[in-house]
Design a protein around this ligand. Structure first.
Ligand code: AMP
Length: 362
């Protein structure tokens, strides 16, 4: 079997690394021949254009992706080539526009922060009147990792914040959450769903810093998250791994957003779960049986930003694993992650204290 992956960043690389032991060859479509995935897969180093689809996809069993901005012309060309694109285009179409994503969630009756579309000054004033302060403004298009968003705490600052975003936005009520959680699950071609345990995420400046897995969460909260997940997966006729980010507020879950792909808050599964999210995704999109998502003890994942971590120092900590993505260092760029696995939550916390200073954040 041969799998195509659109995008050769760290997600494409970790998917390719997971595919290899299954006997699956991987071809990654990424303009930069020296991308993160280059040491794990064959790279199709061309710009992402529909007329190149036959050269990329002729012998593929299926095609998947690590990012959501896939041109419609490429989707159509893959279909014409008879290569299934999984997860289906419907899943990422909603992610091209935050307002569309919110509307989809509302149509499905799924809980999410109250929100308004803001196109101009009048829309901004209406949102302020309806939602009150504080307010979170987010660009409708192209924002990620906390980029393209602003928290407005005073009405006088709203116009400047909106203008600075430089385009249409959504305004969301500020949620005074007790913590942020996420759920990752896979749905196979046969409709079977396998969910990982809820994990707890800590963000810094809008970027994921730390994931603890499993989160300390009741069976009822896990069931609530899984019911939301099932509704979304089935509505999208989804195949592959999907992540949902939640705010926990008043003991209940509100969806922040979803990601139709493998997700940073699931990196711990490489060592910390029976089947990693990457292997699970490969299995799902190729129509192979899904694996167990049971956790192996207690894990934590630390992202490394801006500078590469010191391998020898990290690996000297018992239970620590390093994943360096082989990327050029740049400020605020995700370059690596560290996972630590332990037999108890207390032991994990002790190891985390040693590891946190070794995970650059620059
Ligand atoms: P996002 O890019 O939408 O995932 O937002 C990045 C981070 O900003 C989230 O992980 C939260 O920590 C914070 N955030 C986003 N939306 C809200 C909100 N409505 N209320 C409070 N915090 C938020």
């Amino acid at each position: 079997m041969r799998l195509g992956i659109l995008g050769g960043g760290q997600l494409g690389r970790m998917l390719a690394l997971a595919a290899a032991p299954l006997g699956v060859s991987v071809r990654v479509w990424e303009a930069d021949a020296r991308c993160s995935a280059a040491r794990a897969a064959e790279i199709f180093a061309q710009p992402l254009r529909a007329e190149l689809v036959p050269a990329f996809a002729a012998d593929l069993t299926a095609c998947t992706y690590e990012f959501e901005h896939i041109p419609a012309s490429v989707v159509e060309a893959l279909a014409a080539q008879g290569v299934p694109l999984r997860p289906p285009a419907r899943a990422f179409a909603a992610k091209h526009d935050r307002w569309r994503e919110k509307q989809l969630l509302e149509e499905l009756g799924l809980p999410t922060a109250p929100c308004r579309a803001v196109a101009d000054a009048a829309g901004l004033h209406a949102a302020l009147a309806d939602l009150g302060l504080p307010l979170v403004l987010k660009r409708r298009h192209g924002g990620y990792d906390g980029k393209g968003q602003a928290v407005v705490r005073e009405a006088a600052a709203a116009s400047a914040a909106f203008l600075e975003l430089g385009g249409p936005a959504i305004a969301e009520a500020f949620i005074p959450f007790t913590r942020e959680l996420s759920l990752i699950a896979a749905r196979g071609g046969d409709g079977r769903i396998v969910s990982y345990p809820l994990v707890e995420n800590v963000h810094d400046g809008g970027i994921l810093r730390l994931t603890r897995a499993p989160a300390a969460a009741s069976a009822a909260l896990q069931a609530e998250a899984e019911a939301i997940m099932q509704r979304l997966l089935e509505a999208l006729d989804y195949v592959g791994v999907l992540a949902i980010e939640f705010f926990e507020v008043g003991g209940r879950l509100l969806i922040n957003e979803f990601a139709p792909r493998v997700h940073n808050s699931g990196h711990w599964t490489i060592e910390g779960a029976e089947t990693s999210q990457f292997e699970q995704h490969v299995r799902a999109v190729l129509g192979l049986p899904l694996g167990s998502a049971a956790p192996r003890g207690h894990s934590a994942m630390l992202n490394c930003l801006g500078r590469h971590p010191e391998a020898a120092a990290v690996l000297a900590v018992p239970g620590a694993h390093l994943h360096d993505y082989g990327k050029t260092a740049r400020a605020r760029r995700k370059l690596a992650h560290i996972t630590v696995r332990a037999d108890s939550a207390a032991e994990r916390e002790a190891l985390l204290e040693r590891l946190a200073p070794l995970a650059p954040w620059a």
